[in-house]
Design a protein around this ligand. Structure first.
Ligand SMILES: C[S@@+](CC[C@H](N)C(=O)[O-])C[C@H]1O[C@@H](n2cnc3c(N)ncnc32)[C@H](O)[C@@H]1O
Length: 269
């Protein structure tokens, strides 16, 4: 209902991927498939209750015209009632050729639209977080950006995908990052990062990643395969377990997000 909301898809990483021909994005206005004089797309809910529900007819007509018969499209329905949109799901979507993202508004879309669409294509209802947005457009931006950066050729340096939060091969949070100057507002970059000693730097980063993950996302830590933990990892985790959690986080350089990290790295990750 708000195609202009998706204008950011012309910018930055996704915009450049489109210009490079790696990715094609089409934005459509649901009202183009409304049939009445007011171009209405909503109606009152059966069973009563607050708010309006998106009518099935415009959605059915829109999907019929956007997804040709036999097309290998996947329908993505952003919804706070969907399954979580996570990095593994983004990887899965990146492997699918054609995604159609249906942005809901009001109280959502008549459930028969999903049932009908599932007769001809895979349908995924995905939530971008345990929050309720006013519409699916912001969720669609999240889904497109997270998926597009996984396509070959989109990121300047594909190594970025190996060492970042939620990486498939190592699903923990990324360590804190720093750039010049070495001291800023009295805050020094940790010595390890200035040492030029690769093994020391790697060890520091790994320990910081575990400290952060333990403090902020213990669920991720609990889900790690113990067989993937090195002796050094075990030592870090044992030290964390033995200490007061809050004190550990405070002691971790850069554990606070407000640590002077630049807004957007050069490769626009
Ligand atoms: C106000 S919400 C509807 C919420 C719905 N009544 C419920 O409680 O589940 C309107 C639209 O915003 C989108 N939306 C809201 N929160 C979302 C989330 N966490 N993830 C993905 N999409 C979301 C969906 O497209 C949804 O149809």
């Amino acid at each position: 209902m708000f195609p202009d909301y998706l204008a950011p898809l012309e910018l930055s990483l996704v915009g450049r991927a489109r210009q490079a021909g790696i990715l094609a994005v089409g934005v459509h206005d649901l009202r183009d498939w409304a049939t009445d004089v007011h171009r209405s797309v909503d109606d009152t809910p059966y069973g009563g209750g607050a708010g309006m529900v998106m009518r099935p007819e415009p959605w059915g007509a829109a999907l019929d015209s956007l997804v040709g018969a036999g097309s290998p499209a996947t329908l993505v329905m952003p919804s706070p009632a969907g399954t979580p949109f996570t990095q593994p799901v983004a990887h899965e979507l990146a492997g699918r050729g054609h995604l159609v993202i249906a942005c809901g508004r009001y109280e959502g879309i008549d459930a028969r639209v999903m049932t009908d669409a599932a007769r001809q294509m895979p349908v995924l209802e995905l939530s971008v977080g345990d929050v309720v947005l006013a519409g699916g457009e912001a969720a669609a931006l999240v889904i497109v950006e997270a998926t597009a950066r996984l396509l070959p050729g989109v990121l300047g340096n594909p190594d970025s995908l190996r060492e970042e939060s939620h990486a498939l091969s190592d699903p923990v949070l990324e360590y804190p990052v720093y750039t010049r100057p070495p001291v800023w507002r009295g805050l020094a970059v940790p010595d390890e990062l200035l040492s030029g000693h690769h093994t020391r730097i790697a060890a520091w980063r790994r320990a910081q990643a575990l400290v952060r993950t333990a403090a902020r996302r213990p669920d991720l830590l609990a889900a790690l395969d113990p067989a993937t933990l090195s002796p050094a990892d075990r030592a870090t985790l044992a030290a964390l377990a033995a200490a007061e959690p809050a004190a550990e986080v405070a002691a971790a350089p850069g554990a606070d997000a407000a640590d002077g990290t630049p807004d957007e790295p050069a490769d626009d990750r």
